[in-house]
Design a protein around this ligand. Structure first.
Ligand SMILES: NC(=O)C1=CN([C@@H]2O[C@H](COP(=O)(O)OP(=O)(O)OC[C@H]3O[C@@H](n4cnc5c(N)ncnc54)[C@H](OP(=O)(O)O)[C@@H]3O)[C@@H](O)[C@H]2O)C=CC1
Ligand SMILES: CC(C)(CO)C(=O)C(=O)O
Length: 300
């Protein structure tokens, strides 16, 4: 099976190194600026130590399986370069809600699946990532025909030593991760604190509860049934990742765009659509937009 991984950042480098070092035929599709460095090889350090020399390309070759591992706001552009052959599966691995639907509208819903990744990977430099911890990748598709073909993806990941499972309801699986991301990511990005501090400061713990409970009302109004309690699960994720600097805190520190639109912004949009007020998520979204503005406007 010919596999391509699009996006040579934290997650893409990690998945590619694991797949390639297990003997699978993998191409890492990157930006032009990164190609020379990546052609010397890629490596994962930390919780696993793996090196690999996958094929490197700057456009997506004909593939049976494509893993798209770019930020939520880059998914549309990244999938535009994919010309899926009949039967090909494109797994869009991202946090938040929306990008997989954008991908389906561009390349056709008969190819698109979603991956919800519970990894903790930090980008150290091109071809060099650090794994803090890894549990599993949850796979699924809203298209029943695609969902029936996902066992090949699970098997490829398992062959690479990665845990994977196919969810019956991928939207519920996305919400389960979303509850934690909408609380942890922006509140740590605004305060500059590590994840664990959200349980140490009573006012922040209350804010986390308000943000998550609001989202839980939105998902309930949409008929989403999750297998976890939204708030208890968020507290668990905070405890499990207490030493982490969240990805959004890293984004604002590096003056990069954040994924707020696919996280709290999406909760607000869906709340409006389903008649559920979301004042906490509205406020959090506005504050992150302000930080993005400050970081991107020269002289502020
Ligand atoms: N890192 C983690 O541990 C986890 C991340 N996630 C989610 O996974 C997604 C990816 O995250 P992460 O890997 O951290 O992000 P990164 O920013 O580290 O990596 C994304 C990479 O994709 C590149 N890229 C963007 N568009 C294209 C394109 N069209 N063609 C080729 N390359 C492209 C980017 O280049 P450039 O930077 O030059 O734009 C960057 O190198 C996000 O939604 C994130 O929330 C989920 C779970 C865990
Ligand atoms: C789980 C969490 C919050 C860990 O930091 C994460 O997914 C992120 O930082 O984006």
């Amino acid at each position: 099976m010919k596999i391509s991984v699009v996006g040579a950042g934290a997650l893409g480098t990690f998945y590619c190194a694991m797949l390639s070092s297990s003997g699978q035929d993998v191409t890492l599709v990157c930006r032009e600026k990164d190609a020379a460095a990546l052609s010397k090889g890629i490596q994962v350090t930390g919780a696993v130590e793996v090196s690999a020399t996958p094929s490197i390309a700057t456009s997506v070759p004909s593939s049976d399986l494509v893993l798209v591992t770019v930020k939520a706001y880059d998914v549309g552009d990244a999938v535009r370069g994919i010309k899926p052959k009949p039967g090909a599966i494109v797994v869009v691995i991202h946090n938040g809600l929306g990008p997989d639907e954008a991908a389906a509208s561009i390349i056709g819903k008969g190819h698109v699946a979603v991956g919800v990744s519970y990894s903790g990977v930090t980008f150290m430099g091109p071809g060099n990532v650090r794994l803090a911890g890894y549990t599993e990748t949850v796979l699924g598709s809203v298209e029943p025909e695609v969902a029936t073909r996902l066992s090949v993806v699970r098997e490829a990941l398992e062959k690479a030593g990665l845990k994977a499972r196919i969810a019956g309801d991928i939207r519920a699986a996305q919400w389960e991760k979303l509850y934690a991301n909408i609380a942890i990511n922006p509140v740590t990005a605004i305060t500059g604190l590590n994840n664990g501090a959200l349980l140490e400061v009573p006012e922040l713990k209350a804010l986390v509860a308000n943000v998550v409970n609001e989202a839980a009302q939105v998902s309930k109004a949409m008929g989403i049934v999750t297998s976890v309690d939204p708030l208890e699960n968020t507290y668990k994720v905070i405890r499990d990742t207490s030493g982490n600097r969240s990805s959004m805190l890293q984004d604002v520190t590096r003056r990069r765009r954040t994924e707020i639109d696919a996280l709290n912004g999406k909760v607000c949009e869906l709340g409006q659509k389903h008649g559920v007020p979301t004042p906490y998520n509205d406020t959090i979204t506005s504050l992150i937009k302000g930080i993005e503005h400050k970081n991107m406007v020269r002289g502020q």
